[in-house]
Design a protein around this ligand. Structure first.
Ligand code: UDP
Length: 382
C-alpha cells in the first residue's frame, strides 16, 4: 500500500465507498479507497465515448430519483444535475405502449377512452380479488393488474431479467413500479429526479477529491490488505469476502451489444421488450439521457441478463429463499468481525437504489467518525 498512514480501508469506489470516505475525511479521518476495476464509480460509471462523444452509462442506465431532501442536497453539492424524466416505452407484438402502466397504457391496451375514475373501476374488475395479501411478484401483479397486463408487460420481462419464475420473487420487486390512472408517464414517483450533466464518474471523482482520501485502482481486495488499518468498510460482495464458505449468493449480471447509428435510433432512452420470445430485455439509447447535448450519431446498447458466474460484474441480488438462508450465515460471521463493516448493494446483498445507498453511507460515515473521535485510535465499536 502506498498511501499509509490511512486510518480506514474502504473497499469499493462506488457511491457507498466514496460517500463514507468523504464523511470520514470531513471528520478529519484519512482513508484509502481500493477498487479492483480501472475506474471509480462502480456500476454507475459513465464515460465519454471516444467515437461519438456521447456520455455512456457504461453499466446500464442510472437515473437519479429520490424523495430524500438531504441526499438530493448532498449530490447537488458535487454535481450539476440536468433535468431528465424517464419516459419508458415497451415494444410488444400488439404495439408500443407507455410504462409504467398509466391511463394511456390502459386506454391503448383495452381500446377504450376511459376517464381516470373509469379506468380505475375497470382495472379493479381485471385484478384478482381472491388475492388478499400478495406473497410474491406474480400475485402482486395479478392482484393489481390482472392476467392480461401481467403477461404482456411483466411476466416475460421478469423471467428474462431474473432468470426465475416471478412466483419466486418478492412482491416488493413488482411494487417498485407505480400504476397510474392519469397520463403521467414519468417512470418514477420521486420528488427529485435528474442525471449529473458531467456524468456519475465526475460526481464521484469530486466526492473523493479530498486531501484525506487516497484512491487506488486495479487492486483486488485480500484480507491481508486490511492489516495496518484500524477498520475496513467493505462494499464488495459479502459472499466473496468470506471466500464463498457458505456458498454463493445468487446475482444476475447484465451484458450488452453495442451499435452505433446516425440520427435517432428509437426516439427514447429506454425501450423495453417484455415478450419472452425476444432474447434481450431492453434497448438503451444513451444520448437521450442528456437531452441538453447534441450529437449526430447515436449509441445503442441492447441489454441481456444472465446468471452471474466467476468474474462477472454483479448487478441484481436475487434474494431467493436459499440466498436469504446463506445470507443469514454470512451475517452471523459479519457480526463476529469488529473491524469490518459491510455496506451497499453488494455488501449487504439488498436491491438498493442510489439514493438509499447514499443515505446509508452518510449515516455510517457519521457513526464511524463519531465513534473514532470518542475511542481514539482503538477503532470504532460496531
Ligand atoms: N419489469 C417488468 N417489465 C418492464 C419493466 C420492469 O416486468 O417493462 C419488472 C422487472 O421484474 C423489474 C421490476 O419490474 O425487475 C422493477 O423494474 P425497475 O425498472 O425498477 O428495475 P431496475 O431499474 O432496477 O432495472
Amino acid at each position: 500500500m502506498t498511501h499509509k498512514p490511512s486510518t480506514f480501508l474502504i473497499v469499493g469506489a462506488g457511491f457507498s465507498g466514496a460517500v463514507v470516505a468523504r464523511e470520514l475525511a470531513e471528520a478529519g479521518i484519512a482513508s484509502t479507497v481500493l477498487d479492483r476495476r480501472s475506474h471509480i464509480a462502480g456500476n454507475c460509471h459513465t464515460e465519454r465515448d471516444p467515437e461519438t462523444g456521447i456520455l455512456l452509462h457504461r453499466y446500464g442506465p442510472h437515473i437519479f430519483n429520490t424523495n430524500l431532501e438531504d441526499v438530493w442536497e448532498y449530490v447537488n453539492r458535487f454535481a450539476e444535475f440536468g433535468p431528465f424524466v424517464n419516459r419508458v416505452k415497451a415494444t410488444t407484438s400488439r404495439g408500443v405502449f407507455s410504462l409504467p402502466v398509466n391511463l394511456h397504457t390502459l386506454n391503448q391496451f383495452y381500446g377504450k377512452t376511459f376517464s381516470p375514475a373509469e379506468a380505475k373501476a375497470y382495472l379493479a374488475t381485471r385484478g384478482d380479488p381472491s388475492i388478499d395479501e400478495a406473497r410474491n411478484f406474480e400475485e402482486a401483479a395479478l392482484k393489481h393488474l390482472g392476467r392480461d397486463l401481467y403477461e404482456t408487460f411483466f411476466r416475460g420481462y421478469t423471467r428474462k431479467q431474473w432468470g426465475t419464475d416471478p412466483r419466486e420473487l418478492p412482491a416488493s420487486v413488482f411494487q417498485r413500479l407505480p400504476i397510474r390512472f392519469d397520463y403521467n408517464d414519468n417512470y418514477y414517483d420521486k420528488t427529485y429526479q435528474g442525471i449529473p450533466s458531467a456524468g456519475y464518474t465526475e460526481l464521484i471523482r469530486r466526492i473523493l477529491d479530498h486531501p484525506l482520501i487516497a484512491v487506488q485502482l486495479n487492486t483486488s481486495y485480500a484480507r491481508a490488505l486490511s492489516n495496518g488499518f484500524i477498520h475496513t468498510v467493505y462494499t464488495g460482495a459479502i459472499d466473496q469476502f468470506y471466500e464463498y464458505c457458505e456458498g454463493h449468493l445468487g446475482y444476475r449480471t447484465v451484458y450488452w451489444d453495442r451499435e452505433t447509428h446516425s440520427g435517432d435510433y428509437q426516439g427514447v432512452a429506454c425501450m423495453n421488450y417484455p415478450e419472452e420470445s425476444i432474447p434481450w430485455t431492453r434497448k438503451v439509447e444513451h444520448k437521450h439521457f442528456a437531452p441538453w447535448e447534441t450529437h449526430d450519431q447515436t449509441v445503442v446498447f441492447t441489454e441481456y441478463s444472465k446468471e452471474s458466474g466467476e468474474g462477472d460484474d454483479l448487478f441484481y441480488p436475487k434474494r431467493l429463499k436459499a440466498d436469504k438462508e446463506r445470507l443469514a450465515h454470512y451475517q452471523i460471521l459479519a457480526q463476529q468481525e469488529p473491524r469490518v463493516t459491510f455496506l451497499g448493494r453488494l455488501g449487504t446483498y439488498r436491491y438498493l437504489d442510489m439514493d438509499i445507498t447514499i443515505a446509508e453511507a452518510l449515516a455510517l460515515g457519521k457513526k464511524l467518525g463519531h465513534q473514532l473521535g470518542q475511542n481514539g485510535i482503538s477503532g470504532p465499536e460496531k
